[in-house]
Design a binder for this molecule. Structure first.
Ligand code: S3P
Length: 167
């Protein structure tokens, strides 16, 4: 099994934490999309949004996703909006096994609501609207769905391993 594992899901669902643990368990390289974009552009995500807007950020994100998925044995922790454009969804699907970390909007908001590093978590209404719009898209494009409710990151990692081995 050399296929990349691509973690998708809304802001705050645990993609980075679970990604790190999966990476050390499988000895796969970890690539975090937001960190990749920040390094490539030498700017923080919040600065990119403020200076150039979301549309431009999405273009950079698409290019980054193409580069990141061009390889194998990688754990790729995407940004919550990686499924926003149809082009990105195809890139993800082609790029590896897509794992959706599912959580409730209440839990997500309690984790990342008003986080200054996350430009799209500034108000609860907007956050909920975005969540409701994306939820069916995550579900449709995932190869594996993990309901993270009541599970610690280790339990989530164990479940991912079982489900990947059963694919
Ligand atoms: C975004 C999620 C963020 C980051 C950017 C946009 C989104 O990543 O890519 O702020 O559109 O949901 P995380 O999901 O890691 O917070």
């Amino acid at each position: 099994m050399n296929k990349n594992i691509i973690l998708i899901g809304f802001m705050g669902c645990g993609k980075s934490t679970v990604g790190k643990m999966l990476s050390s368990k499988l000895q796969y390289e970890l690539i975090d999309a937001d960190a990749y974009i920040e390094t490539a552009l030498n700017m923080k995500i919040s600065e990119i949004f403020a200076k150039y807007g979301e549309k431009w950020f999405r273009e950079q994100e698409s290019f980054a996703l193409e580069c990141m998925t061009d390889g194998e044995k990688r754990i790729i922790a995407t940004g919550g909006g990686a499924v926003e454009t149809p082009g990105n969804r195809e890139i993800l699907k082609k790029g590896g096994t897509v794992v959706y970390l599912k959580s409730t909007v209440d839990r997500l908001w309690s984790r990342v609501g008003n986080d200054p590093k996350r430009p799209l978590s500034k108000d609860l209404n907007g956050f909920m609207r975005l969540f409701n719009k994306r939820k069916p898209v995550y579900e449709e494009w995932a190869d594996i769905i993990i309901d993270t409710a009541g599970k610690n990151p280790q339990a989530v990692v164990d479940e991912i391993m079982i489900k990947i081995n059963n694919l």
